[in-house]
Design a protein. Structure first.
Length: 259
């Protein structure tokens, strides 16, 4: 099988064609899917297999949230016999997990990948772990600011993401995008969603063997620094999703941190 994570000049996809217009971030999903590299026409599709890809609404005073724009752009893509279904989560403690649980029940996704904004990071950040704590530095979009409360009162201290993050790391880097494994998803709504997702899957919600995790993305160009263009972040997440589908088990690759 050719290495689908490598981008070539010949026949390269135009990632700008179907990106949702920044002034219409709340409109319905685009009618046309992105024309991505090496789509799955050579594979037998499995229409009952879904990749649930979520993003958040804007928060903290930002007018846009690139996590949702990326999810919108990839909605409807077919990746290794899986159909991408994009959905928006509210940047709200509690409500975000209620919405996510309803989506997992409705779509029974084989893979759930939640995206969130981490302004100040310079790379796509594959989160390794979710911890059972809410400790909000700023209020969520309803004004709630929980401090030192558990995500799940009866849950364990932490869960490791069940996505093949090292294989995804290699795929995104081979696609030419900055990428890293992150050792913390923070203690705001992003970690709340990551831990809550993994807790749902641990309890048997979703189909057998369902996997999930979280990817933080940088600011969009024009939002702040460091930043990445939207088309590049779409391309990186697309490569990561391919790797997640093709790697039922993770690879061994150094991606730790000294501190």
């Amino acid at each position: 099988m050719p290495d689908i994570t490598r981008r070539t000049d010949r026949g390269a996809a135009n990632y700008d064609v179907h990106l949702p217009h920044l002034q219409h971030k709340h409109r319905p999903f685009p009618g046309c899917p992105l024309a991505m590299i090496n789509d799955t026409r050579h594979l037998t599709p499995a229409p009952d297999r879904v990749i649930l890809l979520t993003g958040f609404d804007p928060f903290g005073g930002d007018p846009l949230n690139p996590s949702w724009l990326i999810a919108q752009a990839l909605h409807g893509q077919h990746i290794g016999g899986h159909r991408v279904v994009a959905a928006q989560l509210p940047t709200v403690f509690g409500q975000s997990l209620q919405r996510l649980a309803a989506l997992v029940h409705a779509h029974q996704p084989a893979l759930t990948v939640c995206l969130g904004l981490a302004g100040g990071r310079s790379a796509l950040s594959l989160e390794r772990i979710g911890i059972n704590i809410n400790d909000a530095r700023i209020p969520d979009n309803t004004g709630a600011q929980p401090i030192d409360t558990p995500v799940a009162a009866e849950g364990p201290v932490a869960y490791f993401a069940s996505l093949p993050i090292k294989a995804m790391l290699r795929a995104v880097q081979r696609a030419g995008l900055p990428c890293e494994v992150s050792q913390t998803a923070g203690t705001f709504v992003c970690n709340h969603v990551l831990y809550g997702l993994l807790h749902l899957l641990a309890q048997g919600t979703g189909p057998a063997g369902a996997r999930g995790g979280f990817v933080h993305v940088p600011w969009l160009t024009g939002q702040g620094a460091p930043h990445l263009p939207l088309r590049d972040m779409v391309r990186g997440i697309h490569a990561a999703l391919w790797a997640a589908v093709l790697a039922p088990q993770d690879i061994t690759l150094q991606a730790g941190a000294t501190h």
